[in-house]
Design a protein around this ligand. Structure first.
Ligand code: DOR
Length: 444
């Protein structure tokens, strides 16, 4: 007897879309077939032709716990995530205290247990002096090792070339990098400060956090990974120029992979005029030509993964002038709907969106039994209505910081329901269920 059958959904999975029934038993997908209407089950949900996808696995979020919980916390931000169809998240180490040793890492898993609405894993952060922690990391206990090769929120810059060389040589698991060259950025900051004082117009963020700064750092990371044989995943690419560093094609067997984030695919330089600091983030949102190149790179599989870099800051913090306004935007609730806008515009297929937000992430991070709709895999599912106008406002978003860079947009799609480990985590009709996220397991 199945616990539930979701019937007649347009299932988007493994490169195709088919009308299918999906049966759930306990935490797992028990059957996928064209017609399970004769099967015994406790509950049926008629999808009425809406789309059923494997949940998004977001490999880059900042949920601000411990130490920065006035901006967000694991409970609030993971609740917003399941509303957005994200069923697993991988969380970053730039909190307070920094997640730079095994103890701080374990503390985060403890905090997530019973409070995370989606499944979770945490990065071990690199610093200029925690090489021994990195070397002794058990690869099953962290999704990866995060290296800030450019300074951003939190003080985590690793800028000692000898240390970087050692990290890349000895990392026991995937290294993920934030690539921006900090000295180049500091020089440009000084230049713009001399010209405009403290109140630099926000649009110059694209010039200060420059294409050259990105190129310098990404090309250095890629060279180092080639030299040391490192498994490298470069986070949030923002420029057309950097894309030449990566190869197009299937993710299987790639040693070096690339990522784009939803806001860099959605916004461009022209949006600073209306959104100002609300879209200030690192690396910066750049030109319309860069945005178009990123989208093209997704299509041709040069970009392997799409993530959010969900990084909430309070509304008050974002009201400051250029140098004081922190970088980062809240995104998890609107990430998939923003990608469906590219689908509606004919820029990305649904299959491609699922590949980049779920299949490829599971592959790259060796996530056990998630990322696909397959019998025996965890039932992490999202039901989507692709024809439901959804006006986005600050008032109807669910981040602790209570604002969204998408306010004023009307998305053409909305998430109807999200299941995590076979349980309804949230739905339009039933609201939010108690937290039931589990720790992600890695096949390493
Ligand atoms: O814009 C950003 N915000 N980029 C980062 O790398 C960090 C993040 C944050 O934590 O606020």
């Amino acid at each position: 007897m199945y616990d539930m059958v979701i019937s007649q959904a347009q299932v988007v999975n493994e490169g195709c879309i088919q009308v299918l029934d999906v049966a759930i038993q306990g935490e797992r997908i028990a059957a996928i077939a064209p017609d399970l209407s004769q099967a015994a089950c406790k509950q049926t949900l008629d999808a009425q032709g809406r789309y059923l996808l494997p949940g998004m696995i977001d490999d880059q979020v900042h949920f601000r716990e411990p130490g920065l919980t006035h901006k967000g916390d694991m409970a609030t931000e993971s609740a917003a995530a399941v509303r957005g169809g994200i069923t697993s998240f991988m969380e970053m180490p730039n909190v307070n205290p920094l997640t730079i040793n095994a103890q701080a890492l374990e503390d985060k898993y403890q905090r997530a247990q019973g409070r995370a609405h989606a499944n979770y894993a945490f990065y071990l952060g690199a610093s200029n002096d925690n090489l021994e922690q990195i070397k002794s990391l058990d690869p099953k206990t962290a999704c990866g090792i995060k290296v800030f090769m450019g300074a951003s929120t939190g003080n985590m810059l690793v800028d000692d070339p000898r240390v970087l060389e050692e990290i890349f040589a000895h990392a026991p698991t995937l290294v993920v990098t934030h690539c921006e060259d900090t000295p180049s950025i500091h020089a440009l900051e000084a230049e713009y400060r001399a010209k405009y004082g403290e109140d630099v117009p926000m649009a110059y963020h694209a010039k200060i956090r420059s294409e050259e700064a990105c190129w310098k750092s990404s090309s250095f990371a890629v060279d180092l990974a080639r030299k040391q044989g490192t498994q490298l995943h470069v986070l949030h690419l923002t420029t057309a120029r950097e894309l030449a560093l990566f190869t197009a094609g299937p993710i299987a067997n790639k040693q070096i992979t690339a990522e784009a984030c939803v806001h860099h695919l959605f916004f461009n330089e022209e949006d600073y005029a209306t959104l100002g600091a609300l879209i200030k983030c690192n690396p910066s949102i750049k030109t319309a030509a860069d945005q178009a190149a990123l989208l093209q790179a997704v299509v041709e599989d040069r970009i392997d993964v799409i993530a959010t870099d969900h990084a909430p800051h309070t509304w008050e913090e974002k009201q400051h002038t250029y140098f004081k306004a922190p970088s980062g935007l809240p995104l998890v609730e609107h990430a998939l709907p923003s990608l469906f806008e590219h689908y509606h515009a004919g820029r990305l297929s649904l299959e491609k969106i699922v590949q980049k937000t779920s299949h490829a992430v599971a592959e790259r991070f060796q996530v056990q039994a998630r990322g696909y709709l397959r019998e025996g895999y965890f039932a992490d599912l999202v039901l989507v209505d692709l024809n439901a106008n959804s006006p986005i406002t600050h008032e109807n978003c669910h981040y602790k910081c209570a604002w969204t860079p998408f306010a004023g947009q009307t998305f053409q799609s909305r998430i109807e329901a999200t299941w995590v480990n076979g349980q309804l985590a949230w739905s339009q009709t039933q609201g939010l269920a108690p937290a039931q996220g589990q720790r992600l397991q890695f096949l390493r």
